[in-house]
Write a protein of this length. Structure first.
Length: 259
């Protein structure tokens, strides 16, 4: 990259008030980046996270938006650039999930639409918004948070599966189209991670104790992952240390996909 980007420029993290998102913010700030923290309904949590970033000596701003709304999704990147003065990294992490298995014939169109809107369409819109800025500054990095559900079908959540599979291929497309412009795009596929969303799913099960046991046991490593284990991978992919990585899908799944 040319002199307009140091490799530790500001980052925007969507869905940053959740488990993986907040871990990504902490990891990026620890590497010296200022961070725009996106949230939708959990603005208070995002403000507390911004205070943590400030305590590390980095600038943090909170930007709220409903990413299911296309206009709000389109506006998110310009708002982050205006607040921080630049943007070197975009992390598309915002996500939702069902609380119980919802099989195809039960899967309402509204749920399907919202799954694709937040997991896939929002990433497409923020990517389209950030790439002209990256081109002008001489490069940048996009890290999209997909899932092992985008690689193998997870019964009971067809919309989530389809959206995450689409996100993986969107990432590859961006990578191949802009590699010669010093814009990298990579994807992280977490396994079952101990986040508030995962806990909601476990708590809603008929037998929460058994559901938690199954969540730990689904990975050969014998436990759910920790959010910070995903956050560190995101920060690495965003960093100059990963400068020869683009179009890559990194599985962080405790061995799940090796089965």
């Amino acid at each position: 990259m040319n002199g307009t980007t140091s490799g530790t420029g500001p980052a925007l993290v969507t869905g940053a008030s959740g488990g993986i998102g907040s871990a990504a913010v902490r990891s990026l700030a620890a590497t010296g980046r200022d961070v725009a923290i996106h949230a939708n309904r959990n603005a208070e949590t995002a403000e507390a996270l911004a205070a943590e970033v400030a305590a590390l000596g980095r600038q943090a701003v909170v930007v709220t938006a409903d990413l299911a709304d296309r206009e709000q999704a389109r506006a998110l990147v310009p708002r982050a650039v205006e607040a921080l003065g630049d943007l070197d990294v975009l992390v598309n992490n915002a996500g939702i999930d069902v609380r119980r298995p919802t099989y195809l014939l039960e899967y309402e169109e509204e749920l399907w639409d919202r799954m694709l809107a937040i997991h896939l369409t929002a990433a497409y819109l923020t990517g389209r918004a950030v790439i002209p800025h990256f081109l002008a500054r001489g490069g940048g990095s996009i890290v999209n948070v997909a899932s092992i559900a985008g690689v193998v079908a997870w019964p009971g959540n067809c919309g989530y599966n389809a959206a995450k599979a689409g996100l993986i291929n969107l990432t590859r497309t961006i990578a191949t189209e802009f590699a010669d412009k010093m814009i990298r795009a990579n994807c992280v596929c977490p396994g079952i991670i101990d986040t508030p969303l995962s806990r909601e799913y476990i708590t809603a099960a008929d037998d929460p104790v058994e559901a938690e046991h199954e969540a730990h046991g689904a990975q050969p490593i014998g436990r759910m992952g920790r959010p910070e284990e995903i956050g560190e991978v995101i920060a690495f992919l965003a960093s100059p240390s990963a400068s020869f990585m683009t179009g890559t899908t990194v599985d962080v799944d405790g061995g799940f996909l090796a089965l």
